[in-house]
Design a binder for this molecule. Structure first.
Ligand code: ZN
Ligand code: ZN
Length: 279
């Protein structure tokens, strides 16, 4: 078993040397955890002061963060400011515990994936607080964790909202997003009554609540697949497919004959399963 561990560590070392995203200034093998954490907290204080000042954050009255879009939005009336964020972990005041996001099944992948870099860094440095998913802690330590995360993930600032279950959520802000881009990202999602916030999908009205009416798609899809900027889930029934084939393609004429409905990604794949699967 020990041999495997050695091989694994060697692999991680090689990975880090190859990974250009990883800050080269960090020499994890030579560091003491307490010293490292303190250094990160000092750096975060400077970073955070600059972040608040650069974006005049105190001017904004409301904030909202959304795991689906990965956007943190500050607003006052109709004026808004958007950022991309990574959800680092959560601190519970009730149980005095810390939970890293990579260990949290309720945190969506798109906002927690980068936290694996912190865990890997912890493995390489032998910093057990970065490699255990969930353990007793204090809030001051949670700030150390987010400071370490900000350094590893090249954050521009941090934010710590409280979620609806009373947990303190620690976010590293990675990037400013202009309002137009933010709106484009937000428009790709829909609030579904059955599935909460999901990516948008488009289907012909015949597919809604129907069984075995066919399921024709713009391109082959699988659930949770990555979509390009201009791609979207689109499906229509056999009856609509016949109309499309009459015109030879989707154009203004054939589209005028079809009633398009907006649904969520989960609903879309339920329809796909019902119409093509074995239900
Ligand atoms: Zn149809
Ligand atoms: Zn749905």
């Amino acid at each position: 078993m020990e041999r495997t561990g050695c091989v694994r560590n060697a692999m991680i070392n090689i990975l880090y040397e190859l990974n250009s995203e990883y800050p080269q200034s960090l020499n994890p093998n030579k560091m003491d955890y307490v010293e490292f954490a303190e250094k990160c907290v000092v750096e975060l204080n400077v970073l955070q002061a600059k972040f608040k000042n650069d974006f005049e954050l105190t001017w904004y009255e409301d904030w909202y963060y959304d795991q689906a879009t990965g956007l943190l939005t500050f607003s006052t009336d109709d004026k808004q400011l958007n950022f991309k964020f990574v959800s680092i972990g959560s601190y519970s005041e009730k149980s005095h515990t810390w939970k890293w996001s990579w260990d949290n099944t309720t945190t969506l992948d798109n906002v927690k994936e980068p936290t694996k870099l912190i865990r890997d860094f912890g493995q390489r440095s032998d910093f057990s607080k970065l490699t255990e998913g969930y353990f007793p802690s204090e809030e001051v330590e949670a700030w150390e964790f987010v400071a370490i995360a900000a350094k590893i993930l090249n954050g521009i600032g941090v934010y710590r909202p409280v979620n609806d279950t009373g947990l303190k959520i620690f976010l590293v802000i990675t990037e400013f997003v202009d309002n137009e881009t933010a709106q484009t990202i937000k428009d790709r999602y829909i609030e579904c009554q059955a599935h909460e916030k999901q990516r948008s999908a488009f289907v012909c009205n015949h597919l809604i609540g129907a069984n075995k009416v066919g399921f024709n798609e713009a391109f082959d899809t699988v659930e949770d697949m990555e979509l390009g900027e201009d791609d979207g889930f689109q499906a229509w029934c056999d009856q609509c497919e016949a109309k499309r084939q009459k015109e030879g393609e989707w154009n203004d004429n054939s589209q005028a004959l079809v009633e398009i409905k907006l649904v969520c990604e989960k609903c879309y794949f339920e329809m796909k399963e019902i119409n093509l699967g074995h239900r």
